[in-house]
Design a protein around this ligand. Sequence first.
Ligand SMILES: [Zn+2]
Length: 110
Amino acid sequence: MDNPRELPKRQHCPVCNRYVKPSTRYRIYPCEKCVKKAVDDKGHRVGFFNITLDGHGCQGKLLDSGKLTRSRICFIKDMSFEAEEAHFGGIVLRPIPKPNKRTVKKKDSY
Ligand SMILES: [Zn+2]
């Protein structure tokens, strides 16, 4: 069942370029060290946790004040990420494409 040839050989953290564990499901995710540097839109350090002990749900928390936050958006350096419940339990941060990049093709509109 497991085909090792389908696994990516190497995977990097998109923020610092450090090697991370290759994942076929999450091709781009930041390393642990960068996750710890995540801040919210006001620059407060923020972390994300599962809501239940068996690894479901996703709750943001301001690490300095201990306040819960509803936002799942966080920033590491100048990249933005959205936290979500990971498939295997725990939390994964997924990169949000920058809106100012003009990559949208207008082929299908009008
Ligand atoms: Zn990193």
